[in-house]
Design a protein around this ligand. Sequence first.
Ligand SMILES: [Zn+2]
Length: 296
Amino acid sequence: MTDTVITNNVLNRYLFEDLSVRGEMVQLDEAYQQIIASKEYPVALQKLLGELLVSTTLLTATLKFEGSITIQLQGDGPVSLAVINGDHDQKIRGVARWEGDIADNATLHEMMGKGYLVITIEPRKGERYQGVVGLEGENLTQVIENYFANSEQLKTRLWIRTGELNGKAHAAGMLIQIMPDGTGSAEDFEHLEQLTNTVKDEELFGLEAQELLYRLYNQDKVRLFEPQPVVFHCGCSRERSGAAIITVNRTEINDILAEEGSVSLHCDYCGTTYSFNESEVEELFINAQSGDKTVH
Ligand SMILES: [Zn+2]
């Protein structure tokens, strides 16, 4: 164990060695707050983004390779899209789009209408995988559990909580999954399920992994691995925006410049706008032609 104790914005993995069940817990405050601060999200949508965020971090932790996972909710309700993207380094970002008023206690189905969940797994090397499931279940936890039942066929349970602790927004969750080697039993899994069901919001938001695991499972042997920090990080940059501009037809770009005086790219994930005036655009195209990709 490291000397520095990180109780938040951290992912912990553990193993019930004698029961052939693996576990994960994620606790987020700042990383979650940064995502919901980028727009004036309705309360219910803030919670939904928190749940998606927890699901994404728990899922990326199951990745056995370098890459990213994107979990998207799409629907025809007041919320048309809610998306969180995370990678093996636990760098996460997210955004949602909605229209009109949404009640504070709106359910998943009231927000999304007729919708579905899209999970995209993109390994850094290799093929992209996409799974689509309907919104079966009352809430996101049940929808994700259904996804696991259909795709991984490994007994998996999730607990996701969002709320406040000391006046600050928190999102946290736990996952248990039977090991794929077939040595785990249904009884042992159920035993751990029952114990995990007793977890309280304030314990999940505020306790260190070691203490929480002891409180919940003190009769069972748990091996806790090194914690991994979770950070809000958007991969967008001025350089990438410039690279996108030069892929557009020059005449089209000139029309935009004539009309608006500059070409602007807005990043939906973090809210940053990258603006290029006429001479900056000129420079982009000249550099592209000369093969020099550097953008100053
Ligand atoms: Zn961005």
